[in-house]
Design a protein around this ligand. Structure first.
Ligand SMILES: C[S@@+](CC[C@H](N)C(=O)[O-])C[C@H]1O[C@@H](n2cnc3c(N)ncnc32)[C@H](O)[C@@H]1O
Length: 222
């Protein structure tokens, strides 16, 4: 048997979902509504098994204060907020009032709306404000899933905002496989490649890239 990660055929992926996914009815409804209301953008939503994985990570590190950059219709925020304790807090950043309004309905229905503090606006500015707030250095968890051109900047902000031992999760780090295709010189591909290379050498973090969804980097602040 090879020692490399196994590739997931459609059948094996179905098996994985059938045997491990514990998605609530509400989460499934949110996925269905996103797919029907926003067909062209629904692919931005994380995979359900990734939401479950991120919730597990939040519980494993005992996260109480979390940050999300890129909320869309609120699936990842719902998954993480449900993994926080009742007095936990997730600051969710996005520029779209329209997309996040869908999420807000589901957060209310799930009983976690009081744990989610939605900050509408450019995340670059939201994070700059957080860095001078009382929460700076207190975050346990951060999830980066917004505009790829700012990923490096978001990473630096998150690292500053996290406590030592806190965890940053970065989405789309395999970018549909294009990061490994030298012929692909798209702006987003280059930005993600640069970040992946920089993190490889970054001694401020412990590092693993998990090939779940579109690739999820885990970076633990040392
Ligand atoms: C890939 S989607 C997030 C998906 C979400 N995590 C989920 O699970 O459904 C990216 C989101 O980032 C938001 N976004 C893009 N650029 C942004 C910026 N500069 N500041 C804040 N949000 C931004 C978009 O509005 C979009 O909702």
């Amino acid at each position: 048997m090879s020692s490399r990660s196994i590739g997931l055929s459609e059948g094996l992926h179905d098996y994985l979902l059938a045997n491990t996914l514990r998605e609530s009815d509400l989460q499934r409804q949110l996925r269905t509504e996103t797919a029907s209301a926003l067909a062209g953008s629904a692919a931005m939503q994380i995979a359900p098994e990734q939401g479950q994985f991120m919730a597990l990570m939040a519980k494993l590190i005992g996260a109480r204060l979390a940050l999300e950059i890129g909320t869309f219709t609120g699936y990842s925020a719902l998954a993480v907020a449900q993994a926080l304790p009742p007095d936990g807090r997730l600051i969710a950043c996005d520029i779209s009032a329209e997309w996040t309004a869908i999420g807000q309905r589901y957060w209310h229905e799930a009983g976690v709306a009081d744990r989610i503090d939605l900050r509408l606006g450019n995340a670059v500015e939201t994070l700059a404000a957080l860095r001078t707030s009382a929460d700076a250095g207190r975050f346990d968890l951060a999830f980066i899933d917004a505009d790829k051109g700012n990923y490096q900047r978001y990473f630096e902000d998150c690292l500053a905002l996290l406590r030592p031992g806190g965890l940053i999760m970065i989405d789309n780090v395999l970018w549909g496989g294009s990061v490994a295709d030298p012929a692909n010189t798209g702006t987003d591909t280059i930005a993600i490649r640069k970040l992946n290379a920089a993190l490889h050498d970054d001694q401020r973090i412990d590092l693993s890239l998990v090939p779940i969804g579109d690739g999820l980097t885990l970076a633990r602040k040392r």
